[in-house]
Every structure is written in C-alpha cells, then in structure tokens.
Write a new protein. Structure first.
Length: 288
C-alpha cells in the first residue's frame, strides 16, 4: 500500500490512514444515494487520494495570482460541501493547478466531466473488455472508482491500487474525448469492430489465445487514431494466420489467408498499405 501522508504531515501515520480510509467509503455512499453525480465523485476521489499521498505538496499553482494550494483548506471545503453547489468551482481548481506526479490529461478530463462536456460514466467494478468495446461504440467511456477500503489500497489488474487504475482510466478518457474529430473516428471504428464481432467475423480468431488477448487490448485499452487501431488489427491478424500456417516471423502467408485478412479489415473500414512481406512481430501491447 502507498504511504498516506494526509493534509497535516504532523499527524500520526495511523491516524492519517484511518482518516483517509473513512473518507473513501463515505464518498461512495454519497454517490450511491444520489447526493453526488459521477463527475463530483470522481473529482473528490482524485483530490482525496492526491492529498493523502502527497500531503501539503499535492499541488502547485500555475498562476502567481492564485493562492498557494492548502491541503487542509481544500479538504475542509470539500467536506463542508462548499464545492457541491457549483461544479465549475472544482473544475476551476483542477484547471488552474498542477498536481504532483499527475499528467495534465487527468485534471483536464475531470474538469470537462464536471462541466458535462464528456460522456464518462462511473463503474465500481472493472468491466470486461468487450463491455468496454460496446460502450465506446456508443460514444461512452467508463471510469472505475473503487471506494471500499481496504480494497482500494490493493492492486487492480496490473495497477498497484485503485487510484492508479482510476488515473489510467482518466488518461484513456482524455484520449477518447479531447478531440471531436478523433472521438468521432474512434467511435466509428469501435462500432464497426462491434458489428463485425457480433456477425462472427472473429469467431475462429478468438479461439487463438494470443489473438484474443491482443484483440481485447484493442477493444478496451487502445484509444488512438482509428487508422492506428486498424493497422494494429491488421498486424495481429497477420500474426494469427501466421501461427496457423506455421510461417514464423519471416514466412509469407498463403493467398487464402491474405484474402481472409482483407475480408476482416474490410468489415472494419479497411486498412491501406501494400501486402507485408514478413509476419509482423511488433504487436506486443504497452500498458496503454
């Protein structure tokens, strides 16, 4: 578990952890009762974690005219509900401050969500890859928020705790939503991918565990330009058929295999480019 510092670094470590551990479940209850919407939950969840981990150094101001961020004051304001009546207040704080060890897409995504500009939704579990695909095909992106303690302090998939997984989801939300043009392109790609999946286009391919793992990554954890996604799909199809034909990384596919690949790619909008002379070996997925 991370070391939790809290808003007052002089407080005993055990007291700080107990204070934080009580805040998260209470936050979840406020959301379930309807007192908070998803964006309000997400913004507070982010700030609770950020302050608990970094203490007084949780953020720094971007503009000299703004007051220095005071962790105790921020927590008190949130606890009192001062921020609850106007989501823009939290959005302004998120936009005007730099948060330690967190990239700009995270507070940017939270601010856009608070202003109801992006179609993000809260989940308390980790959805399956194909469920994420279907949501993205509808233009929505899921954000997992685990408020139960100590579950939130434990690993979530490959991430060390629920906060790291939450940040990862927000980074993907930013990649999905920040550009209207890319958003439209991604949504169209995921809709085509879903339709092809439902028509059984990938039925045989998904029996191959190597292909299935990469396909699930493409469907749920790869928010990028749609042409990049199509090229990735093309590469994992080449690998799949190459394994089936025993080609290895340097062999050529049969004409029938290439025709099948072309048919699959046509179903999701096609991929430009000449016939590859070798079996691609570069599809190992990063922790996007």
């Amino acid at each position: 578990m991370r070391t939790l510092r809290g808003s007052a670094d002089a407080t005993a470590p055990g007291d700080r952890t107990r204070d934080f551990a009580s805040r998260l479940p209470a936050l979840g209850r406020r959301w379930r009762s309807g007192e908070l919407d998803g964006a309000g939950l997400a913004a507070r969840y982010f700030l609770y974690w950020q302050i608990a981990i970094h203490g007084r150094e949780f953020a720094s101001r971007r503009h000299r005219d703004d007051p220095r961020p005071d962790a105790a004051e921020w927590l008190a304001a949130i606890d009192r509900g001062d921020e609850g009546g106007d989501p823009a207040d939290l959005a302004v704080r998120l936009e005007r401050y730099q948060f330690r060890a967190v990239g700009n897409p995270v507070p940017g995504a939270l601010a856009a969500w608070l202003r109801d500009r992006w179609p993000l939704e809260v989940r308390e579990d980790v959805p399956a890859a194909l469920e994420v695909l279907r949501m993205q095909a509808q233009g929505r992106r899921l954000v997992t928020i685990i408020t139960d303690w100590p579950r939130a302090s434990e690993p979530v998939l490959s991430r060390p705790d629920a906060f790291a997984f939450f940040l990862h989801d927000l980074e993907h939300a930013w990649k999905f939503c920040h550009s209207p043009e890319l958003y439209a392109g991604q949504r169209d790609f995921f809709a085509r991918l879903e339709e092809a999946l439902d028509r059984g286009v990938f039925a045989t391919c998904l029996d191959d565990a190597g292909f299935r793992d990469r396909f699930h990554y493409l469907a749920s954890d790869m928010n990028t330009h749609p042409e990049h996604s199509r090229q990735y799909l093309r590469a994992i199809l080449i690998e799949h058929y190459g394994r089936g034909e025993g080609c290895g990384k340097t062999g050529r596919l049969s004409d029938s295999a290439e025709e099948e690949i072309a048919g699959v790619l046509s179903a999701v909008g096609g991929v430009t480019g000449a016939r590859p002379p070798e079996i691609a070996g570069s599809t190992d997925s990063a922790s996007g």
